[in-house]
Design a protein around this ligand. Structure first.
Ligand SMILES: Nc1ncnc2c1ncn2[C@@H]1O[C@H](COP(=O)(O)OP(=O)(O)OP(=O)(O)O)[C@@H](O)[C@H]1O
Ligand SMILES: [Mg+2]
Length: 332
């Protein structure tokens, strides 16, 4: 039986922007199991990063906030609703240092340019693991070795700008994993890298996951990467989850017309099939009527009901938010 690590229940994260209330994350529910990689995919702006940042309470300030919902994190038999914790309180800080780590697309924005790689790895170990200087340094060297950085004893004295892009991403992973987290959020960790380096980093992450056994929330707009990395996947569109399932099953038979559109717009090696882009562009959710399916205006299979009522989620583990799967309606 799979054990749940984190469970998002109807999470709503909004921004109080000048031009109106932006429902960036609008009722998102999904589970992450212990030890699994869950892929989160969707077009730019659909709320992937804000969903992830909500789980560690790093939503951009001052405008962003959790309006509703639960983020239930399971730790040693205790269930902590992260959405109710104080952003900078002791419990949240301890979760960030010991349980949950995050790596971003561009390491230069999250690595501190004025501290060496070694200092940045040991900082987390000092704060959260009560280690002395020597054992923290040893751990830093060991971590750099694990992420495949050569000559780690001298590399710990390097500054971020002295490393290549791929090495910086490796160093970020070392910092994130130094405290042995149970949950790693990887927000487009390889998007900025060229394809050979990307393949190396993905392989490294797979190896480290089997060694450390953590769960990974892997965010990407690249379905190919999801196919390689994630056992299960969640597809988001305009702040909502439109489809969830085992990656193999979603690839074999995507249910939601949006997922089908995403699938037919990725190139396949050797295929002469024409790529069909999804028609139109992502609507402005500020001006959309909420009582409808947000994909309706772009959907090739749109029905009247799609403009009248927001679809609920049909199905359980394998589910989709689309009126096409309403078996009750068909029976009428
Ligand atoms: N600091 C902020 N202030 C106001 N709105 C924001 C802020 N950060 C994000 N948003 C808005 O929230 C929505 C979701 O953004 P988010 O960054 O989660 O998208 P994403 O799916 O991660 O996209 P990408 O693939 O481009 O990274 C967008 O409409 C975005 O403009
Ligand atoms: Mg993002």
């Amino acid at each position: 039986m799979a054990e749940t690590l984190m469970e998002l229940v109807d999470l709503k994260t909004y921004f109080d922007n000048e031009d109106g209330l932006l429902r960036a994350v609008d009722g998102v529910s999904f589970e992450i199991e212990k030890g699994e990689t869950l892929g989160l995919v969707g077009e730019s702006g659909c709320g992937k990063s804000v969903t992830a940042l909500s789980t560690i309470r790093l939503i951009p300030q001052p405008r962003g906030y959790i309006a509703e919902g639960e983020i239930n994190y399971h730790r040693n038999g205790e269930v902590i609703d992260i959405s109710k914790l104080k952003r900078h309180g002791k419990k949240m800080r301890s979760l960030r240092g010991n349980d949950i780590a995050i790596i971003f697309q561009e390491p230069m924005t999250s690595l501190n340019p004025v501290y060496t790689i070694g200092e940045q790895i040991t900082e987390g170990i000092f704060i959260h693991q009560d280690a002395d200087k020597k054992s923290a340094l040893n751990r830093a060297v060991e971590m750099l070795k694990k992420v495949g950085i050569s000559a780690p004893e001298s590399r710990i004295h390097s500054y971020p700008h002295e490393l290549s892009g791929g090495q910086r991403q490796r160093a970020m992973i070392a910092i994130a994993l130094a405290c042995d987290p149970n949950f790693l959020i990887a927000d487009e960790p390889t998007t900025a890298l060229d394809v050979t380096i990307e393949a190396q980093i993905l392989e490294l992450m797979r190896d480290l996951q089997s060694e450390f056994g953590m769960s990974i929330l892997f965010i990407t707009h690249d379905l190919g990467v999801i196919g390689e990395m994630a056992e299960r996947m969640v597809v988001m569109y305009t702040g909502k989850v439109v489809e969830t399932g085992d990656t193999d099953e979603v690839f074999k038979e995507p249910l939601h017309p949006y997922t089908q559109g995403l699938m037919s717009s990725i190139p396949r090696i050797g295929s002469k099939e024409r790529l069909i882009p999804i028609k139109g562009s992502v609507p402005n959710i500020l001006t959309l009527d909420q009582d409808q399916c947000y994909f309706a205006s772009r959907c090739p299979e749109v029905m009247d009901i799609c403009y009248e009522k927001e679809p609920p989620v049909f199905g359980e583990e394998r589910n989709t938010k689309c009126w096409l799967y309403d078996t009750k309606e068909e029976a009428v």
